[in-house]
Design a protein around this ligand. Structure first.
Ligand SMILES: Cc1cc2nc3c(=O)[nH]c(=O)nc-3n(C[C@H](O)[C@H](O)[C@H](O)COP(=O)(O)OP(=O)(O)OC[C@H]3O[C@@H](n4cnc5c(N)ncnc54)[C@H](O)[C@@H]3O)c2cc1C
Length: 383
């Protein structure tokens, strides 16, 4: 069955860092990807830095930080070139006794089953569930990535191999190493990834998404069009609010931002069509499990198709993965509640929304894979 993507070939270099979980490693092994040293950067320490750059909390962890590009490459390499067609933009889907995908160039592809893994802005979901739209969480993630060799040596020695937290009031700043530009994990060739969650009111988001010509780009302004004054302001804010070591790295990079959304689909199968990954459910990124969820959706769907017809397989898939998606969205909301609450007047916030406990932040990051496992187990009990 062909895989079609509107993406252009350059997406292999898309660098965003990704947390991994044992469940993702199992999925990758199952399809023949050996999760070896080249898949990510191993970390064993969390550090929390205050505004002066001093470490005030340090704890052990076991994390492997990979990247979008590294995972994409390993999966893409498994497919023969003719099975993966880039530049094919799906317009809509038609169903009769089978299912057909109709593309922007007018071409059609018929099949027994169509798997729509077309992301948070899924064209297929919009066709079947036009009323379901992404729900803005009230904050954006500023992101930045810098090559390891561009980091000043003293800063590199101090923070690079540690998962670093800064907690400006009402915000959350995370930084860690990931595979480098060419997916390399050797010392000197890695990259440093920053994700900085900042509450942003809807009208401020409109301003951030407006380019220097005054054109508004909705919630997805291409990074090169972010206005110079917006970039200068966020860099100045980094210097004012976060530890100088990581502020320096942030300011040397080309930051961009992604507004944070979540989304729940009340139904994920429609005749011979299945929604999968972010097309079906989007959890806020705090759990760091969007890619793992997409992999688990794929495994569930593949298993369901064994020994039964498409209709029965899709019903089984929906029974299994819908509670899982809902559970992950709920977990993401719980983890992001403090950030979302910053847009409420202080007298309407709960005690936990007014004051964050650093030990809770540490614990939720230490137990991420366990939380994911619990959501998965609970969803299977529902089935
Ligand atoms: C700030 C942030 C941090 C994150 N951190 C993590 C993390 O640490 N770990 C983790 O696991 N997840 C993380 N995520 C989430 C993760 O990126 C997503 O959950 C994951 O990429 C979803 O995969 P997907 O394949 O469902 O969708 P996508 O990755 O969005 O892929 C959708 C694909 O469909 C294609 N497409 C779209 N429309 C069409 C069309 N009409 N025709 C043809 N093709 C189309 C697109 O080109 C794209 O290639 C993070 C997300 C954010 C915003």
């Amino acid at each position: 069955m062909p895989l079609c993507s509107s993406a252009i070939p350059s997406l292999t270099g898309r660098g965003a860092g990704l947390s991994t979980h044992p469940q993702l490693i199992d999925v990758l092994r199952r399809v023949g990807v050996d999760f070896d040293e080249s898949m990510g950067v191993k970390l064993d320490t969390f550090i929390f830095l205050d505004r002066s750059g001093k470490t005030y909390l340090e704890a052990k962890t076991v994390r492997v930080m990979s990247s979008w590009g590294r995972l994409y490459r390993s999966l893409r390499d498994l497919l023969p070139p003719q099975s993966y067609r880039l530049g094919m933009s799906l317009r809509h889907v038609e169903q009769d006794s089978g299912v057909s995908a109709i593309f922007a160039d007018g071409s059609r592809l018929g099949a027994d089953l169509l798997v729509a893994a077309d992301g948070v802005r899924s064209t297929v979901r919009e066709q079947f569930l036009p009323q379901v739209v992404p729900n803005y969480a009230g904050y954006v993630a500023w992101r930045a990535m810098l090559d390891e060799r561009e980091i000043p040596p003293a800063i590199r020695a101090e923070v690079f191999e540690r998962y670093t937290f800064c907690l400006p009031e009402g915000e959350l700043f995370l930084a860690y190493p990931v595979p480098g530009r060419n997916n390399e994990t050797q010392v000197g060739r890695r990259a440093y990834n920053i994700v900085w969650y900042r509450p942003t009111a809807p009208d401020a988001l409109v301003d951030l998404c407006t380019d220097a010509q005054g054109q508004y780009h909705g919630t997805a302004i291409p990074p090169p069009l972010i206005r110079p004054d917006v970039l200068a302001a966020i860099k100045a804010t980094a210097r004012a609010l976060v530890a100088p070591q990581v502020a320096e790295i942030f300011c040397r990079a080309q930051p961009f931002f992604q507004p944070i959304f979540d989304l729940e689909s009340p139904q994920i199968v429609f005749g011979r069509v299945a929604l999968l990954g972010d097309a079906a459910f989007v959890a806020r990124p705090h759990v760091g499990a969007g890619v793992t969820k997409a992999g688990l959706d794929a495994v569930s769907l593949a298993d369901a198709t064994v020994g039964q017809d498409v209709a029965a397989a899709l019903l089984q898939y929906q029974r299994e993965q819908q509670p899982f998606g809902r559970g992950l969205v709920a977990l993401g909301r719980q983890e992001g509640a403090y950030l979302s609450a910053q847009l409420k007047p202080p007298d309407q916030r709960t005690a936990a929304e007014l004051k964050r406990d650093v030990k809770d932040v540490l614990l939720s990051h230490q137990l991420r894979s366990e939380s994911l496992r619990d959501v998965l187990a609970a969803s299977r009990r529902v089935v």
